[in-house]
Design a protein around this ligand. Structure first.
Ligand SMILES: NC(=O)c1ccc[n+]([C@@H]2O[C@H](COP(=O)([O-])OP(=O)(O)OC[C@H]3O[C@@H](n4cnc5c(N)ncnc54)[C@H](O)[C@@H]3O)[C@@H](O)[C@H]2O)c1
Length: 312
């Protein structure tokens, strides 16, 4: 992608900042982020070197969005409160950002004739139905306010395409991991939590018996999927994933082995709202915009551990 005017909401966060880094050299990129879970350090160099513009603002501010979206080609919408436990504690806040915030993005995008909105949806919309792999046309069963909010925002995207001719595409990410993911937050994702624990010589904590499985997706594959999705004519809903699954027990063992440590895992009670098994069918994204997952879990974890080692 070249010489486009791009907005990345949530661009100081894990996925957003990786997208920013990929697009900043050849495009005009504006980041909108309220720094609630993201960190300015993720994009500091690009701000200082004036390669990107940074707006410390919230997607709940429709007036700000209306002003900023003038002459914009693409919006990569990553901003959200991205946590199941946080949504259970405070569903009103999750709804305000994930649903109302997305509706604001769509209204401002429609009014400013944006070429396409690429929305970060989530595999959590599938819930805990036994059928695997998950396909986009299956009936969703959200199990948490977070999953309801991601699904509702998807519906808004589809409705804006249908009613107002605003091209939108929803990418249902499956457990994204990689360099730049925050291990410090109370709600940190499993991969950065395990890696930092193991590198510190501590036991990784597994919620439940560890036999739950996940389809982990390396960040570079997600960044690539976003660019392919923006450039394609496709609209609608697409799974974005590695396309293979691994149990949390095996993930812990892989990380312990790759960190060359001799550590036992510890177990705690399962968390409410967590699903048991997850695996994506990625055929639709492959057929429609040639998405391929290039990283196996072993390769992705190796790159991620190296990144964390550099930061110790
Ligand atoms: N990481 C995953 O495995 C995963 C899986 C499925 C979907 N997603 C989705 O991908 C997106 C990015 O997730 P992430 O893992 O990078 O999380 P993250 O917390 O690192 O990034 C989210 C960013 O949004 C910003 N933000 C939050 N509320 C905002 C607001 N009101 N206005 C402006 N900015 C705001 C945060 O400060 C942060 O920088 C989210 O929409 C999330 O739901 C992530």
């Amino acid at each position: 992608m070249k010489e486009k005017n791009i907005i990345i909401t949530g661009g100081a966060g894990f996925i957003g900042s990786n997208l920013v880094k990929q697009l900043a050299d050849t495009n005009h990129v504006i980041v909108i982020d309220d720094l609630s879970t993201g960190h300015i350090k993720n994009i500091q160099n690009l701000i200082i070197s004036k390669k990107i513009e940074f707006i410390n603002g919230t997607i709940t501010d429709l007036e700000l969005l209306q002003k900023t979206f003038r002459n914009i080609d693409y919006i990569f919408h990553e901003a959200a409160i991205p946590s199941v436990p946080r949504s259970i504690k405070d569903p009103i806040k999750t709804n305000a950002v994930n649903v109302q915030g997305t509706l604001n993005i769509l209204i401002a995008a429609r009014d400013n004739h944006v070429k396409k909105v690429i929305y970060a949806s989530s595999s959590s919309v599938y819930g805990d139905t036994p059928t695997l792999p998950k396909k986009e046309d299956m009936k969703p069963y959200p199990l948490s306010p977070y999953a309801v909010s991601k699904l509702t925002a998807e519906y808004y995207c589809e409705i804006f395409t249908r009613i107002y001719n605003l091209p939108t595409i929803s990418l249902r990410y499956f457990n994204v991991y990689g360099p730049g993911q925050d291990p410090a937050s109370e709600y940190a994702a499993v991969v950065p939590r395990f890696i930092t624990n193991v590198l510190d010589g501590k036991s990784p904590i597994i919620y439940g018996n560890g036999e739950q499985t996940r389809d982990f997706t390396f960040i570079e594959d997600v960044v690539n999927a976003n660019i392919l999705a923006a450039e394609s004519l496709s609209t609608g809903i697409f799974n974005i994933a590695g396309g293979k699954r691994i149990s949390i027990n095996d993930l812990a063992l892989l990380i312990i082995k790759q960190c060359k440590k001799d550590i036992e895992v510890k177990y705690q009670n399962p968390r409410s709202g967590d699903i048991l098994h997850s695996l994506a069918d990625i055929t639709r994204a492959k057929d429609k915009f040639n998405f391929k997952s290039k990283y196996s879990i072993t390769e992705g974890i190796e790159v991620t551990i190296k990144w964390f080692l550099k930061r110790i």
